[in-house]
Design a protein around this ligand. Structure first.
Ligand code: THU
Length: 164
């Protein structure tokens, strides 16, 4: 028997005053996007701002549905729109923030597992790590160096049979 470890190194900023000007702008855009979320059922509004290699910034927010699984998270809304609008253009940075209208969210919001899996494919396809920044409404902001670092033991097309 043997063991191996998986690990991710997360940078922690005390608050937004420690961020670069670019990151502050992405945070502001993700917060603005969160205010436009359609979160009729959870009332939890999430915003994502995706900076692309060509300088474009695409934002997205969560879109819910009365048939709950038919909704979509903010991160995938942004990623799918970015890829449909700018196919093959690498995603450089993703900033995620959220608004909990019932109690101020004082910790960073991490992407859900399904979003990590989706984003991993774009990261691998585009051959460039996506820096992921996560914020709440106040408090610390966390930064992960890549999607891969957030998806240990990931499944990818490497496992699929080679096509002709
Ligand atoms: N949600 C996101 O948009 N992103 C996340 O990373 C976590 C959860 C959304 C999905 C749903 O609309 C609401 O937040 C509550 O789960």
């Amino acid at each position: 028997m043997k063991k191996f470890q998986t690990k991710a190194t997360i940078i922690v900023y005390e608050n937004e005053s420690e961020l670069s000007a670019e990151d502050r702008r992405l945070l502001a855009l993700s917060r603005e996007a969160a205010t436009r979320a359609y979160a009729a059922y959870s009332h939890f509004q999430v915003g994502a701002a995706l900076l692309l290699e060509n300088g474009e910034i695409v934002t997205g927010n969560n879109q819910e549905n009365s048939a709950y699984p038919s909704g979509l998270c903010a991160e995938r809304t942004a990623a799918f729109y970015a890829s449909s609008r700018f196919p093959g253009v690498a995603f450089k940075k993703l900033f995620i923030s959220a608004i909990n209208p019932k109690a101020v969210l004082a910790r960073p919001i991490p992407p859900c597992g399904a979003c990590r899996q989706s984003l991993l494919e774009y990261e691998q396809r585009n051959g460039q790590p996506i820096i992921v920044l996560m914020a709440g409404q106040q408090g610390e902001i966390w930064q992960a160096p890549s999607i891969e670092s957030l998806v240990p033991l990931s499944f990818s097309d490497d496992f699929l049979p080679a096509t002709e």
